[in-house]
Design a protein around this ligand. Structure first.
Ligand code: GRG
Length: 308
């Protein structure tokens, strides 16, 4: 899943083997997700939830959450239920985003979209089921973490998904469709909410679970906001430059929908440069964590050099 050409690390980062790290972490996350939702009666809804949740994907959100928890003194076990919940929430947002009422997409993660397989009605419910279960899962399965930290995680996740996060970003994105006069400020608002809020929750929740200081949580939040925006800039570039096979979803959608994107405002080269600058800013926030920050630094560079 992780191609070597995705990993153009600078020499000083080359000592950290990100390929092996991601492979190992993806395996752990896959195993945890596989166990998280057993099929019960009525089977159809559990199967629909599992169809999208277990359809692959890079698992960046849980991996980032686990890495932050470890970097700030916690363990993988403390963060895994939150990592799974983040992937459930992310999957819910993809299922709903692909619906005919939104982006109307046929492919996701290299497979037919949820509504193409189960119908629109079940796909909406599968998203709802995943969203609700994410919160139940964190509350019931987080062990060896003080209750007030778990509560804080639940609140942070709620904020990241709701109108102050994903939902708010998506509404503005839908409203902006077909408009050619979208400002950079509006574009940033859309992506800081639609993509950035959940990535920020991955990082901050990892730190909260480990008991990181408020100052460190602020640093982590700034790191995440930078990588969130860089992630979206690269996503916009890939929509133009990558193929459907590479992306696992339709390519060239933004241009077809005449959407304002970073490359449409800046061109591809300037967009790449801006993403690179954001990643450098993100990594600067991690300097106080020293060598412990290696995985998060490498992950930030991975985001700008990925090809899918
Ligand atoms: C119903 C509460 C509720 C919310 C839904 C639909 C919606 C609101 C928000 C849209 C969020 C969205 C689809 C953002 C795009 C994020 C993005 C860049 C996804 C691609 O992430 P990757 O590349 O995908 O990490 P994989 O498949 O690797 O996980």
């Amino acid at each position: 899943m992780v191609a070597a050409d995705n990993l153009k690390q600078t020499p000083e980062k080359a000592t950290f083997d990100l390929i092996s790290y991601l492979k190992e972490r993806q395996k752990l996350c896959e195993a945890a997700l596989e166990q998280a939702i057993p099929v019960r009666y009525p089977e159809k809804i559990y199967e629909a939830m599992r169809y999208s949740l277990l359809a692959g994907g890079k698992r960046l959100r849980p991996i980032i959450c686990l890495a932050t928890c470890e970097m700030t003194g916690g363990t993988i076990a403390m963060a895994m239920p939150t990592g799974c919940a983040l992937e459930m929430i992310h999957t819910m947002s993809l299922i709903h985003d692909d619906l005919p009422a939104m982006d109307n997409d046929d492919y996701r993660r290299g497979k037919l979209t949820n509504h193409k397989v189960y119908g629109e009605d079940v796909a909406i419910l599968a998203g709802d089921g995943l969203l609700a279960y994410a919160f139940e899962y964190v509350a019931l399965n987080t062990k060896d973490v003080p209750t007030e930290r778990v509560l804080r995680v639940v609140a942070h996740l709620g904020r990241a998904v709701g109108a102050a996060g994903l939902v708010g970003g998506q509404v503005l994105d839908l409203e902006s469709e077909g408009k050619s006069d979208i400002s950079l400020e509006t574009l940033n608002f859309i992506h800081n909410h639609k993509t950035g809020a959940l990535l920020e929750a991955c990082v901050v929740c990892g730190g909260v679970l480990a008991g990181a200081s408020e100052e460190d949580l602020q640093r982590l939040s700034r790191y995440a906001k930078n990588i969130g925006l860089a992630f979206q800039i690269i996503d916009d570039i890939l929509d133009i430059t990558a193929t459907q096979e590479q992306l696992g979803k339709s390519a060239g959608k933004d241009q077809k929908a005449q959407k304002v994107t970073y490359p449409s405002l800046w061109g591809i080269e300037k967009s790449r440069k801006q993403a690179q600058q954001l990643i450098e800013g993100a990594c600067a926030e991690l300097e106080p964590f020293g060598k412990e920050a290696e995985p998060l630094v490498a992950l930030a560079h991975f985001i700008t050099s990925r090809s899918h």
